[in-house]
Design a protein around this ligand. Sequence first.
Ligand code: ADP
Length: 270
Amino acid sequence: LSQRLDVVNPRDEIGRLAETFNTTLARLENSFNRTRRFSADVSHELRTPLTILRGEIEVGLKWAKEPEEFRELMQSNLEEVHRMSGIIESLLELSRAEEKGLSLNLQEVDLRELLNDLIQQLRTMADEKGIHLEFAGALPVLVQGDRVRLHQVFLNLLGNALKYTESGGQVRLFLETENGYAKVGVSDTGQGIPADDISCIFDRFYRVDKARNRAHGGSGLGLSLVKSYTEAHGGRIEVASEVGKGSTFTVYLPIADGLPAGDSGEVDKP
Ligand code: ADP
């Protein structure tokens, strides 16, 4: 596949044809490579929990005697099974979104309420880690959205912000409106993302620091889902980050016609 046609004269018809052929071939090659890498990644991600499961079942059958030992092993087995189910569920969601088959359960959602609930949910985790968590969003902002998926979007972003920020740091969530869009930002004072990695972090299974993040329990699918769900709502996501200083992820979601837009009450058409 890596062979190319020689372009003798790029201006004549044969030359142009050869160039088109070469470009198409390069695209195909790219797509094959991505598919190959994806299959390797899926296999790898599922093999790790399977290896743990197999080891524990073998230990249980061979060595465990007391009911308590069995219980502990079963508990750990269950965690690995949950992990695998989570990976498969996320992959199914991503492929549905790619084939435009994601059916959103649309309803009127007040983002302020949704984000407030999330903050309550994550407060204990932030306190335990010694991270100052705050929410700035004074007014309701209504969008047409799938409550469950939107909850997942902001849970993943806040979860990451807490995960990649050290004790003593800050995580700030804000909700505003801008040109007909609800603008939700998740800002942290954490480790930041190197410039070279930023364009890849939304790829499936991509992690900046492979070894460390596996220990954190992440699958590398969170941000892929965040992006897919946001785009399925007609929105977009932006990220700004600096190593050692922190990151800000900003999600823009269109405010539906006829719904109040919070501060201005009027919205410009995007
Ligand atoms: P994971 O399950 O590994 O967290 P994600 O898809 O959510 O996977 O994120 C992909 C990678 O992007 C992470 O492994 C991490 O390296 C990086 N990342 C995401 N959010 C942040 C953040 N707030 N600060 C620093 N790095 C981040």
